[in-house]
Design a protein around this ligand. Structure first.
Ligand SMILES: O=C(O)COP(=O)(O)O
Ligand SMILES: [Mg+2]
Length: 230
């Protein structure tokens, strides 16, 4: 089937958001009297949405106490306040991301963001990073009833774009993207520079690993030629 749409994960795929996420998560910890933790530790908590990030960040405590629902709610209020104050301050596009988005656009693809990041952070971040105009639709962590690794957000993006899952290509950095895309019947590529909850991308159930979004555009162009009906 000819590919006509590309569905992009955001954190760890297009943008390196860890410095800002880590600043907000550590500011929340400090508010609660907890010591700060390294950026790499916070990076391993990113991928299943903000609430999960807060839960994992609070579970990292000296006594190993599991945070209660009230702890998570309180942490989330603090985290959200801090993240709104720094969202995008240090976020940068990965090398090849802009060129790759442009290449997909030039090849006539419809483009979507499918992220587990909540809408209130995603939309301002896309604007601030200068890439908002590339996307025909944006599906966030609170858009559907379920997040990645469930297939619903990818299927919702396909329906908004008016394409079949087999006509779309997902590109992400983590197990959540891989499992969600596979469950939706969407071919999926992984980039190796993202977060993947601290795990090795080579173990992901994906169609291929590409070094950048620019390379993903080449991959799609070649596959398109390879699989095109005569
Ligand atoms: O918010 C997260 O946990 C991760 O967001 P992502 O789906 O863009 O990687
Ligand atoms: Mg990601």
């Amino acid at each position: 089937m000819t590919l006509t749409a590309a569905l992009f994960d955001l954190d760890g795929t297009l943008l390196d958001t860890i410095p800002d996420l880590s600043q907000a998560a550590n500011a929340m910890r400090q508010d609660l009297g907890l010591a700060t933790v390294p950026q790499a530790t916070i990076a391993s908590y990113v991928g299943k949405g903000t609430e999960n990030l807060v839960m994992r960040t609070l579970a990292n405590n000296p006594t190993g106490t599991i945070p209660s629902q009230d702890d998570i709610r309180q942490g989330l209020t603090l985290f959200n306040r801090h993240y709104h104050a720094c969202n995008g301050d240090s976020a940068v596009l990965y090398p090849g991301a802009l060129e790759g988005l442009q290449a997909f656009k030039d090849a006539g693809y419809k483009l979507a963001i499918v992220t587990n990041k909540p809408t209130e952070f995603t939309l301002p971040l896309l604007e601030r990073s200068g890439i908002a105009a590339f996307f025909d639709c944006v599906v966030c962590g609170d858009t559907c009833e379920q997040k990645k690794p469930q297939p619903m957000p990818f299927l919702h993006a396909c329906s908004l774009l008016g394409v079949q899952p087999g006509q779309a290509l997902a590109i992400g950095d983590s197990i959540n993207d891989a499992l969600a895309a596979r469950a939706a019947g969407i071919p999926v590529l992984a980039v190796p520079y993202g977060y993947n909850e601290g795990m090795d991308v080579r173990d992901l159930p994906v169609d291929d690993i590409v070094t950048s979004i620019a390379e993903a555009a080449h991959w799609a162009a070649n596959r398109k030629t390879e699989y095109q009906e005569p």
